[in-house]
Design a protein around this ligand. Structure first.
Ligand SMILES: [Zn+2]
Length: 426
């Protein structure tokens, strides 16, 4: 399912204000379209467009479905009446305008603040629901954005830049994303504060980036090694790490753009683990289409762990892999009793230990049983399949395993996916 957004945004960082006028093209497959919007944003105008004319649309707040905890916003629904002539189309176009501020998550929600508009930095992704975010994370999006802001600000987004125009104190930045992505992310900061270097993988406030420059030569090498193994990345966008002043919530990856709250530790003793954490995010460029709404997401996280740990092991040549396997076993034991991977979704707290730890150990178990080189070749083939598809499922992975490694390997994976309890199956 694909949804198209055309957004004209105005961000006033000094006032913490956002104004968006835009349209969304929604494929009509269900009688209602649910989406999430931050509670600090107020609708100004909403209508449905049909044959060039505006018609009223039934938009309302609702609690009929639960909003996943990762989204800081309220649930809205647009009702699609198929009786009406205009809705006999394949898609519906909704024009809207809203304005306001991004409110932090409610205190009792225990959800980290993942986005904000502040006078020294702006970070906006689906987590803060700064645009009408489809409730179904299986909806992929294409988009076009024009962003109006003070001309002394610099911006980046997970789209292809199509130019910037400046008139006096106002600049308009433009991006287009025609590939299917799962979010629209914008980051920005005052230019005088920004580290700008086209030879660096890092983007962010100068005070944060300077200590990260030591990683540039390593990332250059490691991303090349990953492409050699897994094939071309799933996006044509250049790889970059955006460091944001956000203190909580960690990192997320959007079409080549890795957004990292607070940056990485830069002491030498953590270097290998940091390189692995960076590679983990880069690996999502291949596997990210495994839905977080189903257990299929284990594929994305377990393979990101597996590929990043193996590639760093190749690179540093210092027993990194066996050390990580031992450590992961300990971490999994500490996590105690866990449900089966098959019975979890990303949102559940236990999914982290199950997908990352048990999932990583599972992949190593197969590598051990069929031989490391052989298994890595199969993962390379699978990664190439993933970048050519719109979705990735656990079943697709199992089919590839069965075809290339036989039924025994498939059965072993299935056993692990169904295993519940402490640690790993016997
Ligand atoms: Zn990950």
């Amino acid at each position: 399912m694909s949804t198209y957004y055309d957004l004209y945004c105005n961000i006033a960082p000094q006032k913490g204000q956002l104004r968006v006028k835009g349209e969304v093209h929604i494929p009509i497959t269900q009688p209602k379209f649910f989406f999430v919007l931050n509670r600090g944003l107020i609708w100004k105008d909403v209508s449905q467009r049909f044959a060039g004319e505006h018609h009223s649309v039934n938009l309302y707040r609702t609690d009929e479905l639960e909003v996943p905890r990762i989204y800081n916003g309220e649930l809205w629904a647009v009702e699609i009446s198929t009786e009406k002539e205009e809705n006999k189309q394949k898609q519906m176009i909704v024009d809207f305008e809203y304005t306001g501020q991004i409110h932090p998550p409610r205190k009792d929600s225990e959800v980290p603040m993942m986005g904000y508009i502040k006078s020294d930095f702006v970070e906006l992704a689906c987590y803060s629901a700064w645009y009408p975010v489809p409730l179904s994370m299986e909806t992929y999006m294409s988009f076009q954005i024009a962003l109006e802001s003070p001309s002394d600000w610099i911006w980046d987004s997970n789209g292809e830049s199509t130019g910037t125009e400046t008139t006096g104190k106002i600049s308009v930045w433009n991006w287009k994303q025609s590939r299917q992505v799962n979010d629209i992310t914008i980051v920005g900061m005052p230019s005088h504060d920004a580290h700008i270097d086209s030879n660096s993988f890092f983007w962010g406030p100068r005070r944060m980036v300077s200590s990260h420059r030591v990683f540039d030569k390593h990332i250059h090498k490691l991303s090349g090694m990953l492409e050699e193994w897994l094939g071309p990345r799933g996006t044509k966008a250049p790889l970059r790490f955006v460091l944001t002043p956000r203190q909580h919530g960690g990192a997320y990856t959007r079409a080549g753009m890795v957004v990292v709250g607070g940056g990485y530790p830069t002491d030498l003793s953590s270097q290998n683990s940091v390189l692995q954490a960076m590679c983990h995010e880069v690996c999502h460029d291949w596997f990210c289409k495994a839905s977080p709404l189903t257990y299929d997401n284990w594929i994305d996280e377990a393979l990101a762990e597996f590929c990043s740990i193996h590639i760093v092991n190749d690179y540093v040549n210092e027993n990194f892999l066996p050390t990580r396997i031992t450590k992961t076993k300990e971490q999994l034991d500490e996590a105690g009793e866990l449900p089966a991977i098959r019975d979890l979704v990303r949102e559940k707290d236990e999914s982290y230990a199950a997908f990352y730890f048990r999932g990583f150990l599972l992949l190593n178990k197969i590598a051990e049983s069929v031989g490391d080189a052989e298994f890595r070749r199969v993962i390379g083939d699978f990664a190439r399949i993933c970048t050519q598809r719109d979705d990735i499922t656990s079943d697709l992975f199992l089919d590839v395993i069965q075809k290339k490694l036989g039924n025994k390997s498939r059965k072993l994976i299935e056993k692990w996916l169904e295993y519940l309890g402490k640690g790993v199956p016997e």
